[in-house]
Design a protein around this ligand. Structure first.
Ligand SMILES: Nc1ncnc2c1ncn2[C@@H]1O[C@H](COP(=O)(O)OP(=O)(O)OP(=O)(O)O)[C@@H](O)[C@H]1O
Ligand SMILES: [Mg+2]
Length: 259
């Protein structure tokens, strides 16, 4: 509510005066936007993104996998803590490290995965069997596609499986979650693009290891945007007329997927 101290603003034009436009300032010369300027801007943005990443991931400048307590390891293996302690006496599985105070035992990610494989042997993919392919897709934005993909990949790897995560989103959010910058660290030939465009039938060169043992990644780059356009013949994500295949077909041909 207005108080007496809050006076109405004074009218600037009173009586019968005719308001006129203020004199127009001289037009400032427009900066010419050419490719040189755009390239300079892109270089600046790239360097800035690099600096932000270094700050976010300091001091290692890369993501670091978690370590696991005995209780967490027991949960992964579907047994209880005393059983883990008993099994440790056999000495056939990684023993982890005692914390500096000696009170607790910690297991690295590769060690935890070795335990999980030992206890889930019958659930691992039999030799010679094709890998299982899981696609996380939804037309709607922001509905947890990337998060679900990452959680699935990490969850399956923690159960002993080997996972190949393939990022086909030009935004590269899944790539970023692995500590890799799509804009600066990934070129188009290191993505799934060449496979989808029929330039290769082998995705192996694009597979990179990640900070997370058990998850390999085919990263995405902004230049993969063609992968998001519809493929008319099969209404699938990607295909250039007369060449290559949409990504599910391409993947099934080269037999690589989530395992
Ligand atoms: N189960 C959840 N609980 C809480 N927040 C979540 C959950 N899943 C995802 N989010 C959050 O929702 C936001 C969107 O998630 P995400 O990026 O995975 O969606 P997306 O479908 O991949 O989005 P886009 O369409 O932009 O690719 C993120 O901030 C993420 O942290
Ligand atoms: Mg996403």
């Amino acid at each position: 509510m207005a108080t007496s101290s809050q006076a109405e603003p004074t009218a600037l034009v009173t009586g019968n005066q005719v308001a006129t436009d203020p004199p127009s300032p001289a037009l400032a010369p427009r900066a010419i936007i050419d490719m040189r300027r755009i390239q300079a801007l892109a270089a600046r943005a790239e360097s800035m993104v690099g600096q932000i990443r270094q700050r976010l991931l300091a001091p290692e400048s890369r993501k670091v996998a978690p370590v696991f307590t005995t209780a967490q390891l027991a949960a992964l293996c579907g047994v209880d803590k005393p059983h883990i302690n008993y099994r440790l006496t056999k000495g056939d599985l990684p023993a982890g490290q005692l914390t500096p105070t000696g009170g607790k035992r910690e297991f690295t990610l590769p060690e935890a995965r070795a335990w999980a494989r030992a206890y889930r042997g019958e659930k691992m993919r039999p030799k010679g069997q094709r890998a299982v392919c899981i696609a996380v897709a939804n037309f709607k934005g922001g509905v947890s596609k990337t998060t679900s993909s990452m959680i699935l990949a990490q969850g399956l790897s923690l159960r002993g499986h080997r996972v190949l995560a393939i990022d086909i989103d030009p935004q590269g959010s899944l790539t970023t979650l692995h500590g890799i910058l799509p804009e600066t660290d990934v070129s188009e030939d290191m993505t799934i693009s060449p496979l989808c465009h029929g330039e290769t039938r082998d995705i192996t060169p694009a597979i990179r290891s990640t900070y997370w043992d058990g998850i390999d990644l085919v990263a995405a780059a902004p230049s993969c945007s063609a992968l998001n356009s519809p493929c008319p013949p099969c209404r699938c994500a990607t295909r250039r007329p007369g060449s290559g295949a949409c990504w599910p077909t391409a993947l099934s041909r080269c037999g690589t997927s989530t395992t």
